[in-house]
Design a protein around this ligand. Structure first.
Ligand SMILES: Cc1ncc(C[n+]2csc(CCOP(=O)(O)OP(=O)(O)O)c2C)c(N)n1
Ligand SMILES: [Mg+2]
Length: 598
């Protein structure tokens, strides 16, 4: 690793007298912070008062969880820190879910947690809870300001570590430590460059790739975070290798590229699965090979068990963790790809011998999958046929295909957790990185909408679209207030199927349609709710209206207006999330016998 310091320091220079609030805010300035998400609280009023003079926008949100997700979306689209802050105690505990989500999305979120005053800590006063243990497993670094003189040093370190360790960090500040006089210097941000990996392992990887007869690249989030798309493309082209994207990182490789074959994992591309199944060498570039991303899908147990795996990841702890690997390289995805290109260029590649046949297989699989998707307008299991037969609403797949067709250039799309959002995986294709913001492995409902709001703040000139199920919408629509109040125009596409569909699917498949708590009866009209909250609300009933509705909503963003598109869809349900993790019910006690599997 090389160390270098950046020279964007606009903060005061040199050691001097200041208040800890000034030291804190100047550290934010030094770190390039322009936006902070949160809800006001007395605990940090003195620092907040300085934000406007420091050129920092405070974005007032509806719920701290939303603020944490916004910081996450902001970080994911920009590659810079996302920052959130709240009142000690309940404001901070409201951050828990969003910080856990940011942890699994590898987002450099810095969470500022003012805490109860140092002189009353432990006395059980007002809004007191231990704020470090709660976050200890979902942050990469926790700074506790144990002395006000260390305010700038520790705040700065939390910012540096968030980038260095690719995840959320915490700065915990006893609220009385904002006041007083200190003598200090504002640290300059660290900028640590990641390298290409060890020479020996790069040589081994290059040798494996040179001998491979059917190399396949698996493009992961490391390509997105490392802005390594061009390098990944070059390496794939050199090898003429099909490229699959890892689960929920559909933006890791440009979908229009002839070598792209789509996402692996839940509701992914059969073409990608069938091609990786043929691989003798898998080049996993910038992916931790998370356990959820390679589960069998569409009845295909596609992971190539005999293939040699080269895994490249920026976090050494991820190497060989989930899959056994032949070569592990701890590296920046782009730098490693460049180093491999340098080693392989002009070399004799074994895969050249069957290149035409491999490319023909790639084209055929892709064509077949597109044909299958075109014909797959509705789910065909018994439950789905029953409910959709009785409904005049849209089939979710048809609606998703229309959204795909109308998707604007440079779109940013966030997706929630739910059955329809999961099915959307097959229809989300992107031309560039930093475009897809799914609720990653933490998988919390309520992720997508606030996350896209944060993304829009970081990239106001890009169309911002959230895919959200109606259940998840019930958790997160409060942030429409933030869109309207703070003039952050986005589009929320709410899939109204009147149910917590993904969980209902488990009732259908495992519990003989004994539905408990899965029907969302007597919902309000979400379009009307949006209008009442000062946004546009449109109810979409017909497939032919889907494309125009999305185009209008995107145009409205350019005029500063937020739109909720309420998509009226049938109750049919795609394949379940966790077939692997459920079993048919076994009952021993007589009173429960009626619920046993027949
Ligand atoms: C915070 C949270 N609570 C509960 C769950 C469990 N869960 C997973 S999917 C799902 C249903 C989602 O329903 P909806 O948003 O309406 O989308 P649909 O499945 O109907 O498309 C639930 C409750 C979760 N993932 N996150
Ligand atoms: Mg639903």
């Amino acid at each position: 690793m090389n160390t270098m310091t950046e020279s964007r320091n606009l903060a005061v220079q040199g050691r001097q007298k200041m208040t800890p609030s000034e030291a804190f805010v100047e550290t934010l300035v030094a770190q390039g912070v322009k936006d902070v998400f949160g809800i006001v609280g007395s605990a940090y009023m003195d620092a907040l008062d300085l934000f406007p003079s420091a050129g920092i926008r405070f974005i007032s949100v509806a719920h701290e969880q939303g603020g944490g997700h916004m910081a996450d979306g902001y970080a994911r689209v920009s590659g810079r820190h996302g920052v959130c802050i709240a009142q000690n105690g309940p404001g901070i505990t409201n951050f828990v879910t969003s910080i856990a989500a940011a942890y699994w999305a590898h987002s450099p979120v810095v969470m500022i947690t003012p805490e109860t005053g140092s002189m009353t800590l432990g006395l059980g006063g007002f809004q007191e809870t231990e704020q470090l243990p709660i976050f200890s497993k979902i942050t990469k670094y926790q700074a506790h300001v144990n002395n006000k003189a260390r305010m700038a040093e520790l705040t700065s370190r939390a910012f540096d570590r968030a980038l260095l360790e690719m995840g959320p960090t915490q700065v915990n500040i006893p609220r009385d430590f904002f006041y007083g006089d200190i003598d200090c210097e504002i640290p300059r941000p660290l900028s640590i460059e990641r390298g290409a990996g060890g020479e020996k392992s790069l040589d081994e990887a290059a040798a494996l790739l040179a001998q491979a007869k059917f190399p396949v690249m698996l493009a992961g989030g490391g390509i997105v975070m490392g802005d390594a798309e061009a390098d990944a493309v070059k390496l794939a082209e050199l090898l003429q290798a099909p490229v699959c994207t890892s689960y929920l990182h559909n933006d890791a490789f440009p979908a229009r590229h002839p070598l792209w074959c789509g996402p692996l994992g839940y509701q992914g591309s059969k073409a990608a699965m069938k091609l990786i199944a043929k691989a003798d060498v898998v080049l996993a570039l910038g992916t931790r090979l998370g356990p959820f991303g390679t589960l069998p899908q569409h009845g295909l147990d596609y992971w190539p068990k005999d293939a040699r795996i080269i895994q490249i990841d920026a976090d050494p702890k991820m190497l060989g963790l989930v899959k056994s690997i032949s070569v592990g390289i701890c590296a920046d995805a782009g730098a490693a790809a460049r180093a491999l290109v340098a080693r392989l260029q002009g070399k004799d590649l074994a895969s050249n011998a069957n290149r035409d046949a491999r490319l023909a297989a790639l084209r055929d699989e892709k064509t077949e999958w597109e044909r299958e998707l075109d014909a797959w307008t509705q789910e065909k299991d018994r439950w789905s046929l029953d409910v959709s037969g009785q409904s005049s609403h849209m089939h979710p797949r048809q609606m998703l295909r229309e959204l795909e067709r109308a998707m604007p250039d440079r779109a940013m799309v966030s997706t929630d957790i739910g059955n329809i959002c999961s099915v959307s995986n097959s229809y989300l294709r992107f031309g560039r990185t930093r475009s897809m913001f799914a609720a990653m492995s933490f998988g919390n409902c309520g992720y997508a909408f606030p996350t896209i709001i944060g993304a829009k703040v970081a990239a106001p000139d890009r169309p911002a679209i959230a895919y959200v199920g109606d259940g998840a919408w019930g958790m997160s629509f409060g942030e429409l207030q933030t869109c309207v109040r703070e003039s952050i125009p986005v589009t929320a596409i709410v899939f109204n199927n009147g149910q917590w569909g993904a969980e209902k699917k488990n009732h259908v498949d495992f519990y003989n349609n004994r539905f408990i708590g899965v029907n969302l009866d007597r919902q309000p009209s979400w379009a009307a709710v949006a209008q009442a909250m000062g946004a546009e609300g449109v109810r979409v009933e017909n497939v032919s209206d889907v494309g125009p509705a999305l185009r209008n909503a995107v145009a409205a963003q350019r005029e500063g207006r937020t739109t909720v598109l309420e998509m009226m869809v049938t109750r049919e349900l795609g394949d379940p999330f966790r077939r692997d993790a459920l079993s048919l019910p076994v009952r021993h006690l007589a009173k429960y016998k009626a619920t046993a599997a027949k």
